[in-house]
Design a protein around this ligand. Sequence first.
Ligand SMILES: Cc1cc2nc3c(=O)[nH]c(=O)nc-3n(C[C@H](O)[C@H](O)[C@H](O)COP(=O)(O)O)c2cc1C
Ligand code: SF4
Length: 411
Amino acid sequence: MVKERKFLKGPRLRDVSTYEFPGLKKALSLGPDRIIQQISDARLLGRGGAGFPTGTKWDLALQQQGERKYMICNADEGEPGTFKDRYLLEERPLKVLEGLMIGAYAVGATQGYIYIRGEYSEPIKIVREILEDAREEGILGEDIFGSGFDFDIKLVRGAGAYVCGDETSLINSIEGKRGISRIKPPYPIQEGLYGHPTVVNNVESLACAAEIIKQGAGEFAALGTDNSRGTKLISLSGDINISEVFEIEFGSCTLSEIIENLGGGVRRGRDPKFVIPGGLSTAALLPEELDCTYTYEGIESAGSSLGSGAIIVVGESRDLVDILLKVSRFYMDETCGTCFPCREGNKQINYMLSQHRNKKFSGQEVELIEDIGEVIAAAARCGLGQTSLSLINSIFNKFPEELIEEVIHVD
Ligand SMILES: Cc1cc2nc3c(=O)[nH]c(=O)nc-3n(C[C@H](O)[C@H](O)[C@H](O)COP(=O)(O)O)c2cc1C
Ligand code: SF4
């Protein structure tokens, strides 16, 4: 039986006047080097999708020289099927605030930003209120807890573009520019917001950092496996009986156990047709591939990736072409258009798919879709173009009988 592990989840935490900020107080006494050592020892990997080590990111940012540094919380959460950051913003926003402040103190940032998805009206209201309360209580501002640390946070509301979750597009958006991805290098930690060193971290990464400093790196590192430490918030949705945010200890269960035991099984009691394990940018897994352990390495060995932790279950009765069309429509609408192959390629693929409502694809057409996907990925400036065909290609590969005309071999 899979059990939820509570490292991040817990009782509602929104009242600034009664919260002690234990992680932040401890961090202020540790100093930047020892905070970063703790985060590195915990082996926390960024929870925004790319899995970059948070300790390394903070260390690189600390080394940067500059009169100003910025620390940004990425709460754009635009990946379809992902709603775990919303849980933290609504239920435990003080953990997120605390993590952002700890990160800022560790890297030497004096100004922070929380960039929230525009549609998240309730989290926006909650975060606005806690920022006002924190200023009133002297938790934000000058000389925080008598430590000499000055820091304040601005809340920025996104305008609904998926690409603005990409850290460089997000930085452009905060600067009031069009939300398009920047060429890297320079990376944000070298030249980010207004040209200054900038750290961008996911909501869950920051909440984890606050808990790691409070509880100690050992508590976190003792959970999970060698390559996947700690716990992970997952957003479980689709054709499933219970659609919710759960917290899983890495390595404690398989994907099929998550679906059966936490999700209450597939709706109407059948096997899933397939499962998307980490959001729309990850490859589909068939029912027989779901016995992989829920870790970065376990899902990779099954042929996909953990992504943002959005597990979407697709039931047997779903029409594959309909799904392909919806996925490609998403990428066609959400491309920022800067890279020509991403802009035009996703449009062409959507057009090709729309011609196949009741007819199978020829092998040549599938090859063409794969080729266009390769060109999009090779020329892509950001992760959107690099992964826009991952799910679509995997559906073609896994359902050839349903989607592709039979190939007749002539000897
Ligand atoms: C198209 C696109 C959308 C993204 N959306 C998000 C998002 O909504 N939230 C997020 O934290 N990271 C998102 N990312 C990843 C960010 O660029 C960045 O890697 C992340 O915020 C870093 O935080 P972490 O190191 O704590 O994971 C997105 C990346 C791409 C390419
Ligand atoms: S890959 Fe696509 S979304 Fe990313 S910068 Fe290029 S055009 Fe924009």
